[in-house]
Design a binder for this molecule. Structure first.
Ligand code: HMG
Ligand code: MG
Length: 288
């Protein structure tokens, strides 16, 4: 028996949120429906955020209403505040995510709050979500560096991760938002976070601007992480992280993990088809 590693697909959310073209809801639903055939346990499909901040995600309720739900798959959504949580619950999201940052500059740019104010807001939100039996991801952005503040100390990441864990998040996803980190940056960051949160509750969320996401995943595997976020077709970028490229490509992660003797339960042929469709949504050519 090979060891299972989960790839948490974030393409329909992190992948599409930065696209300039207003992607029709039917196309988003078609992408999710293709991903539902690939073997994922969880897919992040929507954000219930302010449409003034991220217009592309304004139709999250429509995506959740229209997708073909498959048993055994959780369809997740981002919820920055009480309104987002309420809307996500009405739309029947299976899990929700709060998202903070380890740097003040990104926290202000992304959610218009200081780190401490965001944590205070999330505390009430996580309690509400858990009372409604919803699992909650806590994202920490900028775990190595920040587009506004520069290098981020491992202790700052550990402090925010610990706060999210202590308030009841069921999982902490560590966002290397800029995608520029080196393995030697990721290693001390994970060592610090693991003093606060068990490795089994951690996910690695690597963007791949610098082409080192797979090397960084290897470091995370060595630290015991067994959940990695990926976006089919390598879609993505964050509207509040200028210059950052997409999430690490789900297919590349699945192959990389398979080469290292892990299994992901994913069907690579179906993933390729979903990736072709995802690329077509951004007006890119299909893979050769
Ligand atoms: P604010 O402007 O401080 O809040 O934004 P506000 O309460 O004053 O609201 C402003 C307007 O938005 C109001 O409308 C609200 O009603 C409305 P108005 O009265 O002006 O007409 N509003 C909402 N509408 C719909 N749903 C809602 C909602 N909330 C407020 N839930 C806020 C604060 C947090 C809302 C805003 O900053 C926001 O929405 N930020 C989200 C930014 C975002 O989605 N970023 C990308 C996701 S994070 C990411 O990509 C990183 C990650 O991938 C990990 C990594 O890579 O690092 C997760
Ligand atoms: Mg991201």
């Amino acid at each position: 028996m090979t060891e299972f590693v989960e790839i948490f697909e974030v393409g329909p959310r992190d992948g599409l949120q930065n696209e300039a073209r207003a992607i029709p809801v039917a196309e988003k639903i078609a992408l999710v429906d293709q991903l539902s055939l690939c073997g994922f346990q969880r897919i992040e499909v929507a954000s219930f955020v302010s449409p003034k901040w991220v217009p592309q995600m304004a139709d999250g309720a429509g995506v959740l209403a229209g997708l073909r739900r498959m048993s055994g798959i959780g369809y997740w959504a981002l919820t920055p505040n009480q309104r987002g949580l309420d809307d996500a619950q009405v739309a029947k999201a299976d899990g929700v995510a709060v998202f903070g940052a380890a740097s003040e500059g990104f926290s202000r740019a992304n959610i218009n709050a200081t780190i401490d104010d965001s944590l205070a807001r999330f505390r009430a939100l996580v309690a509400h979500a858990r009372a409604r039996d919803l699992p909650v991801r806590g994202y920490v952005s900028c775990v190595v560096s920040c587009p506004y503040d520069g290098a981020v100390a491992p202790g700052s990441v550990a402090r925010v991760a610990a706060a999210l864990w202590d308030m009841g998040c069921t999982e902490i996803s560590l966002g290397e938002t800029l995608g520029q980190a080196f393995p030697e940056d990721v290693d001390p960051m994970l060592a610090a976070v693991r003093n606060e949160v068990p490795a089994a509750a951690l996910a690695g969320h690597f963007h791949d601007t610098g082409g080192r996401a797979l090397a960084n995943i290897d470091v995370a595997l060595a630290h015991g992480l067994r959940i990695f976020d990926g976006a089919v077709g390598g879609l993505g970028g964050c509207p509040y992280a200028p210059g950052a490229a997409g999430n690490v490509d789900t297919v590349a992660v699945a192959k990389h993990l398979s080469d290292r003797g892990y299994h992901t339960g994913l069907d690579i042929d179906k993933l390729h088809r979903a990736a072709d469709y995802a690329r077509s949504l951004r007006g890119q050519e299909h893979r050769p």
